[in-house]
Design a protein around this ligand. Sequence first.
Ligand code: MG
Length: 343
Amino acid sequence: MSLKFFPYQLTTKDPFGTAHGTRYHTDIVLVSLEQNGFTGYGEASMPPYYEESQDMMLSFLGRIEVAELLSYEEISEVHAYLDTIDTQHTATKCAIDIAWHDLKSKQRGLNLADFLNINCKDATTSMTIGIEEISRMIEKVKRYNHFPSLKVKLNGQNDIEVISEIRNIYQGDILVDANQAWDTAAQGINTAAMFESLGVGLIEQPFKKGALSLNNALRDATSIPIVADEDCQRLGDVNNLSQYFDGINIKLMKCTGIYEAMQMIKAARALNLKIMLGCMTESSIGISAASYLASMVDWCDLDGNLLISNDVARGVDGSKGQIILPKDFGIGVKINQHIDFKS
Ligand code: MG
């Protein structure tokens, strides 16, 4: 049995512009977990604003006793063990969580949906349009106009103009993500009023993380659902957020993986919250793992692997907007040959 890793850097096809700034690269670490001839794969993605690094992850992995990790037959026990090493490091734990699920479902000859008892239905993903010059954003909308929905990043500066121009040439669902860029309730209310007339389907994280009451002022003024992203990380956040948001954006990397994501979905449903399943810039390993949960949520934004030029694996195909799951055991990914895991 073994736990191996492979640090890597994903490169985006286009500049990835959000209200946080523009990025071209995202660090990831892949892990492989081998037991009795079966190998499970996982991934941690580390965008800079989440303060987890490849070095931190490698030192965490060095503290894992592989025999102990693989002695657990319940994923809850795996997470309890990882929490004894460190209570933080959500992306690192996510990589282990995905690899464990991949390994255990392969050992039982099941794909992840059957392993988790999920009845998969048809689902689609949105494609993200990052912030650039409007003309370049429009070019990208034309390139991706076969997607049933687009998630458009905004920065609070020319938001109405951007969405008006996109609506002129795109008939599908437009979801917007302000990434905390709106400052005041008045700014939110005025912008949302225009967005209603443009048929915007959702507004994600309009205000600064923690500025919760501003969301209520906005919700009183608009019928567009307001969804928490930066404000919603873990299961423990969900209950409180139901007073301030209509929905939450769950990402495996924020919440330590599939196990806690499933609990968050259950908690959100019990509180009548809508659910988006999102992602970071990730390879086909992380995106494939998340895709098995797609039919449990209201919106999927699982395009991380479509935005990069140097994927490390083949798995789910969302390139046409439909989420087509791989037909294989586990999470169903095939790792590219140049990936050389080290112990
Ligand atoms: Mg977001």
